[in-house]
Design a protein around this ligand. Structure first.
Ligand SMILES: [Zn+2]
Ligand SMILES: [Zn+2]
Length: 325
């Protein structure tokens, strides 16, 4: 992004700018936006001959006669998000959006440490495994990623539950989602303890009105029964989904979202068929603990569905922003 473009779009020629607005604030906004635009490498804006005007707290992007408005809060994180939304709109008909999509649009629904190349992600904190004294450090390490926290069924011990649920309660205002939590028939943890702890976390998600990240292995029958009997209002996202299309359909019909990961890279995996047939507004992609970049998973996911990568990325961003408000 050249500074020159922004200078001319904003200040170099004031005749194109709206007349109203606080001059001092507008100048701060210009400065901020130039800096953010450089940070975000936004050549797509220039390519499309889009123009951004910032006045006061409102930023307007004009392109092809359309005018899109966003409110900027001048907090860097929020401003970046506002700019991204503008970018998503303005990129709609850019001839080669892939040039800049990479920096902006990767979403990772579920991972265990922050990855700088990802724009939207949920870093998961397992409170059943963690010493509760370490929580602040783990939250700080997540950086500007959002966080989810829960008690993983693999690591449950009866005597640790009280402290872990206390920590969950304490963290709750900072969480984008509760979990991962769930049921795993292959884990050594007694199943009754898993089930009881899972139900408690479902209740937390309902009370705090947050989505639930679900870990489920060979327990989908029980998961569906819980969904039917407890009738939760919150979204459940089944992470690391590897099942067949029939199961995917049942879960989606029951109101779940599905998040797919490294299984998509295995040419013989059923997950590829499920990924192909699950409605695009109900899916996510994730790295989890895999030593694979989210870019690799996004690229394969787009190929399997015969989708343009940018179109897929835009859809995943929209899903993320809809579910994690
Ligand atoms: Zn899991
Ligand atoms: Zn995980």
């Amino acid at each position: 992004m050249s500074e020159g473009f922004f200078a001319s779009a904003y200040g170099g020629d004031a005749s194109g700018l709206p007349a109203e607005g606080d001059a001092v604030l507008a100048s701060t906004a210009r400065h901020r936006l130039c800096r953010l635009a450089r940070l975000l490498e936004l050549p797509a804006m220039r390519r499309a001959e889009s123009r951004i005007f910032a006045f006061g707290r409102t930023c307007t992007c004009r392109r092809d006669g359309r005018s899109l408005r966003e409110t900027l809060d001048f907090d860097d994180t929020l401003s970046i998000r506002a700019l991204e939304r503008l970018w998503l709109h303005s990129a709609a008909s850019i001839s080669n959006p892939g040039l800049t999509a990479a920096r902006l649009m990767y979403t990772d629904l579920h991972c265990h440490s922050a990855r700088p190349e990802v724009q939207r992600s949920l870093v998961n904190i397992d409170l059943a495994e963690l010493n509760t004294n370490d929580i602040d450090a783990v939250v700080a390490a997540a950086g500007r990623s959002r966080i989810s926290a829960g008690l993983h069924p693999w690591h449950l011990v009866e005597h640790g539950l009280a402290a872990a649920f206390d920590a969950l309660e304490r963290l709750s205002p900072r969480l984008a989602a509760v979990g991962e939590c769930g049921l795993d028939r292959c884990a050594a943890t007694p199943y009754e303890l898993q089930r009881r702890t899972f139900i408690r976390q479902i209740e937390c998600a309902e009370r705090w009105e947050k989505p639930l990240i679900v870990h489920c292995v060979r327990a989908y029958g029980d998961l569906l029964v819980l969904r039917q009997t407890l009738k939760p209002k919150q979204v459940w996202i089944v992470h690391g989904f590897t099942g067949k299309p029939g199961l995917a359909e049942q879960l989606v019909c029951a109101g779940c979202y599905l998040s797919f990961g490294k299984a998509l890279l295995n040419p013989r995996a059923s997950a590829r068929d499920s990924w192909r047939t699950t409605p695009l507004d109900r899916v996510f992609l994730e790295t989890d603990v895999a030593d694979i970049s989210i870019a690799t998973i996004h690229a394969e996911a787009a190929t399997i569905r015969g989708l343009d990568l940018t179109a897929l990325q835009r859809q995943l961003v929209a899903n993320f922003d809809r579910v994690f408000r």
